[in-house]
Design a protein around this ligand. Structure first.
Ligand code: G3H
Length: 540
């Protein structure tokens, strides 16, 4: 008998605490194009929450609202508005001084913060993220904007001078790239969309955003802030099936930057749609299958704690989640015992419940995938080592610790992106290293151990395989000032606060011969404030 009756964990509608309910379904009818909130009359797309209610019979996903799908002409108009606002670099936004752009962004943040409660509530209802994590996502995004503004001031101030080399006077600044198509993922629909949107805007680009498939409605409370904070056409939204509208936009050749947090397969397909692919800059956060390597001398309690949180925060739906645990054979039994004991303490339930860890997945297809991957592993000789592991009810899936996972099973290489923890044992460190080396992914790895010789010897080859080696701690993106990148199928480009500003811009310079006439001319431009580019002013 299962220890948990998962069905019982879904509430009846009237048992949902009043303070966590959505006051009313959100029926989004407008999209933002060219500075106007326009009504869409397209097909209505119903939005179902991962959260189910059990009012009668089998629990059913709650309908939380809908949005109107835009037709092709409306999507074309969104792109055209971004192109017109950029105006080949002559638009108001790309030619606005950095201080002006920062001012618009600060105005936006003020309005965004006023919508915190509604956005957090929608993150919880649309993707099933626990309330505390949903709040963290919102607040972290606001901090990220503030940090990006500070980094931009530093960048601009460092460029507020002339350099002289070999008889040439030059001033170098970073300038925008053009039109950015910005698409975030469902697991961090706000934070990761903004992680590219904010630097793209601040550098003077114009943007079309396509919100993620799950996590669309939460942009609704922000549309007015988008509209009123930036000049018309600088920010436009598209609500339409991505597989149709995105290739169409790229095929026009008018998108200069593709900012996508999604799968490598989709990214490869999209990049090929651009008629001149060399003109398309891609900033991509893609698949990952981060491993934890637990050495025999590791502090096992620490390793268990970090691996548990690394594998199961937000149900394992993080690109940085630990998706394969590789544990030395001498300690694997003890590790599994302690891991499953600690896992059993995790609270399963609805996102608003205090202390909840495991919450519903975004749709029935996700529990179906988990079941398929688990069945495949079981058929090939692995077993579930924790009580109730792999049991599910509708969208709620109880985490499964699967051991021993080996080559040939789906779980060995596929990114499960959910609450399954594959574990394998190793005898020689070379086996663990080989797993990382032969992987198609190259984001991060965690190493648990205490021997400086062994850790040092592992770090050196690993840093050339992934972009972050975490010693005695789980993989993670933050702090945002550190570079977030990946090799192989895991990423293209680097996104830290400062790196993102670089990613969405290109250096351009003004140069003149070091002659008296040039000096006089440049001084006159600076003194008379004749240029937004040629100046030596500081932003404080
Ligand atoms: O899903 C990928 C996120 O960028 C991971 O961020 O490590 O802070 O959860 P995190």
């Amino acid at each position: 008998m299962p220890r948990l009756d998962l069905q019982e964990l879904f509430p009846a509608t009237d048992a949902i605490p009043a303070e966590h309910r959505l006051a009313a379904p959100i029926h989004q009818t407008h999209h933002l194009v060219d500075g106007r909130l326009l009504a869409s009359d397209g097909e209505r797309h119903t939005v179902l929450s991962p959260i189910c209610v059990r009012d009668a019979g089998t629990p059913q996903q709650v309908e939380i609202g809908s949005y109107r799908l835009m037709n092709e002409a409306q999507c074309d108009a969104a792109l055209a508005a971004a192109v017109a606002a950029y105006d080949n670099g002559r638009g108001e936004w790309p030619t606005m001084g950095v201080a002006g752009r920062i001012g618009c962004m600060q105005q936006f943040v003020k309005q965004m913060v006023a919508q915190r409660e509604q956005v957090v509530r929608l993150i919880m209802w649309e993707i099933g993220k626990g309330l505390a994590d949903a709040r963290k996502e919102f607040d972290r995004t606001v901090d990220y904007i503030a940090q990006t503004i500070d980094a931009l001031k530093d960048l601009d101030n460092a460029s507020s001078r002339f350099e002289i080399a070999e008889g040439t006077i030059g001033q170098v600044r970073r300038t925008p790239l053009g039109v950015v198509l910005c698409m975030g993922p469902y697991n961090y629909p706000l934070n990761e969309t903004f992680a590219t949107l904010i630097p793209a805007l601040l550098m003077g680009n114009t943007v079309v955003i396509k919100p993620p498939q799950y996590g669309t409605l939460l942009f609704d409370p922000l549309l007015e802030a988008f509209r009123s904070s930036f000049p018309k056409g600088v920010l436009n939204t598209v609500y339409a099936p991505g597989q149709v509208v995105v290739p169409r936009m790229l095929a026009t050749g008018q998108v200069n930057v593709l900012a996508l947090i999604g799968s490598s397969k989709v990214a490869d397909h999209l990049k090929k749609q651009h008629p001149k692919s060399h003109r398309l800059r891609a900033i991509l956060g893609l698949d990952a299958k981060n491993a934890a390597i637990v050495l025999p001398d590791a502090d096992l309690e620490l390793a268990v704690k970090e691996c548990l949180s690394g594998a199961l925060s937000f149900n394992g739906q993080r690109c940085t989640a630990l998706k394969m645990l590789i544990v030395h054979r001498d300690v694997v039994d003890r590790f599994l015992q302690r891991f499953t004991e600690e896992l059993a303490k995790l609270k399963v339930g609805m996102p608003w419940e205090p202390g909840v860890s495991i919450t519903p997945l975004p749709g029935l297809h996700r529990t179906a995938y988990m079941t398929e991957a688990l069945d495949d592993a079981k058929a090939k000789g692995a077993r579930v080592v924790n009580a109730d592991g792999g049991s599910f009810c509708q969208t709620l899936y109880y985490p499964a610790v699967v051991y021993p996972v080996r080559e040939g099973m789906k779980l060995y290489r596929e990114e499960q992106f959910g609450p399954i923890i594959p574990v394998m044992a190793f005898d020689e460190v070379a086996t663990a290293l080989d797993y990382v080396t032969t992987s198609e992914h190259g984001q991060q790895v965690s190493v648990f151990g205490s021997d400086p010789d062994q850790i040092g010897a592992l770090v050196d080859p690993l840093v050339n395989q992934v972009c972050r080696v975490n010693i005695n701690c789980q993989c993670q993106r933050g702090p945002d000032v550190f570079p977030f990148a990946g090799r192989k199928d895991s990423a293209e480009g680097t996104l830290s606060v400062a790196d993102a500003l670089r990613a969405f811009s290109i250096r351009s310079m003004v140069a003149a011969k070091q002659t008296e006439t040039s000096k006089q001319l440049l001084n006159a431009i600076v003194d008379g404030h004749k240029s937004k580019f040629v100046h030596t002013g500081f932003i404080l």
